[in-house]
Design a protein around this ligand. Sequence first.
Ligand code: NAI
Length: 475
Amino acid sequence: MDFKVADLSLADFGRKEIRLAEHEMPGLMAIRKEYAASQPLRGAKIMGSLHMTIQTAVLIETLVALGAEIRWVSCNIFSTQDHAAAAVVVGPNGTVENPQGVPVFAWKGETLEEYWWCTEQALTWPNGEAPNMILDDGGDATLLVHKGAEYEKAGAVPAATADDPEEWHVIIDLLTRTVGADKRWTKIAESIKGVTEETTTGVHRLYEMHKNGQLLFPAINVNDSVTKSKFDNKYGCRHSVIDGLNRATDVLIGGKVAVVCGYGDVGKGCADALRGQGARVIVTEIDPICALQAAMDGFQVTTLEDVVGIADIFVTTTGNFNIITAAHMARMKHQAIVSNIGHFDNEIDMAGLAKQPGIVKNNIKPQVDEWVFEDGHSILVLAEGRLMNLGCATGHPSFVMSNSFTNQVIAQIELFAKTSEYPIGVYTLPKHLDEKVARLHLDALGVKLTELTKEQAAYIGVHVEGPYKPEHYRY
Ligand code: NAI
């Protein structure tokens, strides 16, 4: 088996944590039981690009239990938990000397070149075969396959320009090496039955590609299952934003002024958590609906320009770019903490920061840097501007990820087993499956549901067994 992880000897520790996580992931474990006999993913060759954590290990082993063959990478250079990666490679029945698990190509602290090399490796199936499914988080695997196929069709890879971000140069280098006469990317694109996408940012990319007529295979938008975005993005970040701040800086949050940029699902979770720690939280928004929600939730809503000089902690949650600029950072208080929890690192202008006159970067410890300005004041930047909950801490806890990943497995089964029902397009899972995912998590929390009577069901126009809400309902 080919693989590349940091240290296989961490597998035993990883396996212990996987065992604890399985208990906290009742949705995934129920799905394993439900499909153990029918093996709906037999024949599926799934390339996964999603943070290689303990929770993801339980997801991977669930896909294997349903019959799939897997190759895996992380979707971020800092998010791999090395003991999780090692345990997945060794597998539940293997040993360090004789690994029998799944090929993983991921370690904490990859360079950008290594990151894209890993993605290429996981898309390269042994014996000249090709993957037939992608499970993506942020869309990087999907992007590589689409760009490779596009350039093979055009017969050339365009050169990157000086204005392109550093990462694009790395991608172009990789494609220049691999786009070729063997049409490898075209073959992969043709063999993919579909992709299931985990996050808001990846979903944006998919809808954009579909709108432009560029999408080459169908996609299921897992993010917009209610049991994903209204739970993982909100309650997951409510947990892990504080974890990231504490592990990175251990600064007391109570009494500080914290600015949360964006009040979508992630922003709502972050603002709530920071308030829970006793911070005075200020929100910035561009959308009047979200701004009004923030105001009615009791937060001051204003522009970043107004408060950039008085805040102690900044968290960007927008999925947009250039939210905190170098000019903003130059005006911040001494030792203000600057962090991003959105998917990509361009919410904070790190390139602009590095170009400030006389600026000096002091590395305090991995994923924590102090940037000292010419006038002597400094700011602390977490995880080089990449998602801080996974860069500085361990991301979301198992229970909330069980909701997200149960949706992922169901979506993989849908696209793989019912391919003909999904022409090229971007779909969400039907509501009865969303409700099923929620239902699988109730017992563990001691939740007792009220059952509708037949008469009540008829009165509100639903079936006793659901779905209980119309498609347009917003929760
Ligand atoms: P969302 O679309 O619900 O929220 C983003 C909010 O930012 C919107 O309300 C939008 O109006 C606002 N916004 C956009 N531009 C802005 C600007 N210039 N200033 C202030 N506000 C602005 O998206 P969601 O689901 O909250 O996700 C946000 C990001 O977090 C995405 O990149 C997503 O992929 C990522 N994500 C990260 C997770 C993690 O564990 N780190 C977990 C889930 C999502």
